[in-house]
Design a protein around this ligand. Structure first.
Ligand SMILES: [Zn+2]
Length: 421
C-alpha cells in the first residue's frame, strides 16, 4: 500500500521521466514486441530444433545476433574469452543507470532445450530490441549479455561467472533475466552454491582371470569414491546435494580397468559450507585411491556457482509489470528443492533476478526433460516467450526511469551482501 501512494506522488514530481511517460514507453515497447512476435517465436523454435550444448552454441548465438543485426543493432562476439558469448549496448540520454538483460541459449545433452533456454535467449533479444525503440527517451542505458553454458554440462561451465570475472558486471546497476517453468512468479528463494569435480583414477591393466593380482583396478577406486560419498551423506547438513556419474568405467570385463573416472556435482546453501563438504568429497576420492593403489588426478570441471541473493524490491518491479500485463502471479511451490545458477555469481556483483514465466500449466512436466523442451515450442510456450520479452523490457524501463526504485533495490542488495559477509 505505501508503495502505491509513493508511485502516485512520483507522477507529479518526477523530474526526468513522469509516470505517464513511463507508461507510454512501456506501451511502445509492448507494441514493438507484438510486432516482432513471429520472428522471435521462429528463432526460439529454430533453437529447439537444433539444440547446442554449452560453449558450442555457435548457431544459437549467431541466430540471436542476426536478430539484432537485422534491426541495426551491432553486437560483439567472443566476450569474456568465450567464443559463443556476445554483448550489445543501447545508450540513452546517459550511461547510468545501466541495466543488463541476460540471454542464455545452451541446451542439455539428450534433452534438447529441456531447460527452455531457447526462450530465455529470444525473450532477452526481443526485450532489448523493443528497448532500442525507446532508449533515446530514457536517462540510462541497457546492456544485452549473451552468456553461454549455464548448464553445468560442459567444461568451463558458467558463462556468467566468466562475465563477472572479466569485470563486465562492474558497471551494471541491476541485472534481469527470465526463466521458463510451470509457474509465473518472482521467487525469493535462493539457489544452491555449486561446484563440479572430475576424478580420474589410473591403475594397471591385467588379465582379469589369469593375472588379477597384477592389476590395479581403477574402477574399484571409482566405486569406492561413490561408497565413501554415500557414507558422508549422513553427516552433512540437509541442504547439501552430492550427485555423480561414472564417466569412464573400463573397456572390457576381462581387463582389469586401468583407467576410470567419475564426475560429481556438490552443492550447498552457502559457499563456506560448500567448501567444507567439497574437501570431504575430495578426501573420499583420495581414500579410494589409497585403498586400491590407483593414482588420483582431479580438477574442477565447472566454474564455482555462488548462491543467489534474492531481491524483494527488484522482484516487486517485475511483479507489478506482470500484473500490468494482466497476469495473476502463481504461488511459490510449497515443496521442491533448489537448483543452482550462475546468476548467483551475478547477484553478488549487482542486484539480479530471474523472472519465472509459465510455459505449461502441467505441473507434471519437469525441468530438464524432453516434455519441457516440447512445451517451449507449444502455443503456451510461445505465449510465455512474448510475455517474457515484455516483462523484461518494462522492468528495464522502470529501473532506468525511476531512480528511487533503483536506489531501494540497491540498498536492499547492499544490506543482504553485508549480512552474508
Ligand atoms: Zn535453465
Amino acid at each position: 500500500m505505501p508503495q502505491r501512494s509513493a508511485l502516485r506522488r512520483g507522477d507529479e514530481t518526477r523530474g526526468e521521466v513522469t509516470l505517464s511517460k513511463v507508461h507510454a514507453l512501456k506501451q511502445m515497447a509492448q507494441a514493438e514486441i507484438d510486432g516482432m512476435a513471429e520472428v522471435l517465436i521462429a528463432a526460439s523454435d529454430q533453437m529447439a530444433r537444433e539444440p547446442e550444448i554449452g560453449h558450442q552454441e555457435f548457431k544459437s548465438a549467431a541466430l540471436l545476433r542476426d536478430l539484432l543485426a537485422q534491426r541495426g543493432v551491432l553486437s560483439e562476439a567472443g566476450v569474456a574469452g568465450m567464443a559463443t558469448a556476445f554483448r550489445a549496448e543501447l545508450q540513452g540520454q546517459q550511461v547510468r543507470p545501466r541495466v543488463a538483460i541476460l540471454a542464455e541459449y545452451d541446451a542439455l545433452p539428450e534433452m534438447g532445450h529441456g531447460c527452455g533456454h531457447n526462450i530465455i535467449g529470444t525473450a532477452a533479444v526481443g526485450a532489448f530490441l523493443a528497448l532500442n525503440r525507446v532508449i533515446e527517451q530514457l536517462p540510462g542505458s541497457v546492456a544485452l549479455f549473451g552468456t553461454p553454458c549455464e548448464e553445468s554440462t560442459a567444461p568451463n561451465a558458467g558463462g556468467k561467472v566468466l562475465f563477472v570475472r572479466a569485470g563486465l558486471f562492474d558497471d551494471v546497476d541491476a541485472a534481469i533475466m527470465v526463466h521458463p517453468g510451470t509457474r509465473t512468479l518472482l521467487s525469493m528463494r535462493s539457489s544452491l552454491a555449486a561446484r563440479g569435480f572430475d576424478f580420474h583414477f589410473a591403475g594397471r591393466a591385467a588379465h582379469a582371470a589369469a593375472k588379477p593380482h597384477e592389476g590395479i583396478n581403477a574402477l574399484d577406486a571409482v566405486i569406492l569414491t561413490f561408497n565413501g560419498i554415500n557414507a558422508l551423506r549422513q553427516h552433512v547438513k540437509s541442504d547439501v546435494r552430492i550427485h555423480g556419474i561414472i564417466t569412464h568405467g573400463g573397456a572390457a570385463a576381462n581387463i582389469v580397468p586401468a583407467e576410470a573416472s567419475c564426475r560429481f556435482r556438490v552443492r550447498a546453501m552457502s559457499t563456506q559450507y560448500l567448501e567444507e563438504v567439497a574437501q570431504k568429497v575430495i578426501r573420499c576420492a583420495e581414500g579410494a585411491a589409497l585403498m586400491t593403489g590407483a593414482t588420483l588426478e582431479w580438477h574442477e570441471y565447472a566454474n564455482p556457482y555462488e548462491n543467489l541473493i534474492p531481491n524483494q524490491a527488484l522482484n516487486d518491479v517485475a511483479a507489478a509489470n506482470l500484473q500490468q500485463l494482466g497476469v495473476t502471479l502463481d504461488p511459490e511451490p510449497v515443496e521442491g528443492g533448489l537448483g543452482s545458477t550462475d546468476l548467483g555469481n551475478v547477484s553478488h556483483k549487482t542486484p539480479a533476478t530471474s523472472i519465472s514465466i509459465s510455459i505449461t500449466r502441467d505441473e507434471s512436466v519437469r525441468g530438464h526433460s524432453r516434455e519441457f523442451a516440447a512445451a517451449t515450442v507449444s502455443d503456451s510456450g510461445h505465449a510465455g516467450l512474448i510475455l517474457a520479452a515484455k516483462v523484461l523490457a518494462m522492468t528495464a524501463i522502470d529501473l532506468i526511469a525511476k531512480p528511487d526504485v533503483l536506489a531501494a533495490i540497491r540498498a536492499e542488495w547492499q544490506q543482504a551482501l553485508q549480512e552474508k559477509g
